[in-house]
Design a protein around this ligand. Sequence first.
Ligand code: PLP
Length: 443
Amino acid sequence: MSRVFHRSLRQSYPTAVAGEGPYIIDSDGRRYLDACGGAAVSCLGHSATEVIEAVQQQVQQLAYAHSSFFTTEPMEQLAEFLIDRAPEGLESVYFVSGGSEAVEAALKLARQYFTEIGQPQRRHLIARRQSYHGNTLGALATGGNLWRRAQFEPLLTGVSHVSPCYAYRERLTGESDDDFSTRLAKELEDEILRLGADEVMAFVAEPVVGATLGAVPPVAGYFRKVREVCDRYGVLLILDEVMCGMGRTGTLFAVEQEGISPDITTIAKGLGAGYQPIGATLVSGKIYRAIEEGSGFFQHGHTYIGHATACAAALAVQRTIEEKQLLARVRELGAGLEARLRERFGAHPHIGDIRGRGLFLGLELVRDRDTRVAFDPALKLHAVIKKAAMANGLMCYPMGGTIDGQRGDHILLAPPFILEEFHLDEVVDKLDTAIGSALKTVC
Ligand code: PLP
């Protein structure tokens, strides 16, 4: 029996002891190229001196000050930095310790906004199938991934789920981007009307889907139509950028590429790049003012809100990304990685789709390319690939999404923004070997 309650109780894990650029090194001296940033976290790799120094300096100066007694300089400066660069309308930041907490805060802010403005009947949430918004109960209820929800279903409050913008599987034959996104926006509108036009609180979506489907970007125009529907019925739009945000797709916020602004956005993972646990919920001026002019108090809180060391780390991460112009590098490396993936796997009999944005790329594995039929979920192909990749010194993020109740296999790549070109070849070569050896065990 392990004294540490690991996620998988039957697996033994190598012991990570050091980090060097994009590599993690274990206690046997084996090196693993981190092609997924853990879970799209480590955007600066594992040895960014600017961030390490900022953390050391902050801990020495002040380790912790509770947010109901004090504000701190790192928290104020990080909020300033983010709001200066955030989509129009987002004016204030609530700091938490990770993605699920950021989503919980977003849901409560949406609810409190409506109680403050005298619309307490607005209580329904709509999200999308095959989505993931975190593992705490409110966030889990919001997500539409059947496998993650299944055994906790009795504890989850009712949330409606509409179709995701998942072109590979949801687009009808011959349907244009415009027709597809119009159909999805109509489905959202119908669901709002079914629930009661003035009883829906918010629609929640990831701009680019991450943890359930492996980097699925929306088709052009989808989010503009979603924004219009939300506006028509006074429904708040919450965009969850916990995974796809903070530069991962080539712009600081993924939604910048959609030409709209949300009412609330959540960020985490790349915000602190793994140097400290931190997440944040960015809130529109409309919501902030409603609460400021109403009760003046957000009925929520955690012990580590705005932790000074976490904020100092995140500020150093974000300044480094800006100073080293790493967003341009993400676009450049992302194009290079996508081109290599297409060249290597474009005609692969078991890779049905290659997709994504920036350094947020996904592969979908299928038994049959023509029919798009997934592998038997019992084979857990994605997990076999992960194991084979680790044995070969590569970290990639595997997942089994849900396809009409079945599970499908996806591989997510979300490497650090500091890669060199030769690392891209190493990623593709090692992935190819891992996929090849995993397929031999299931075909
Ligand atoms: N939201 C999205 C879109 C995520 O991808 C995740 C984690 O993968 C979360 C929320 C939950 O974040 P955390 O694991 O930091 O609680």
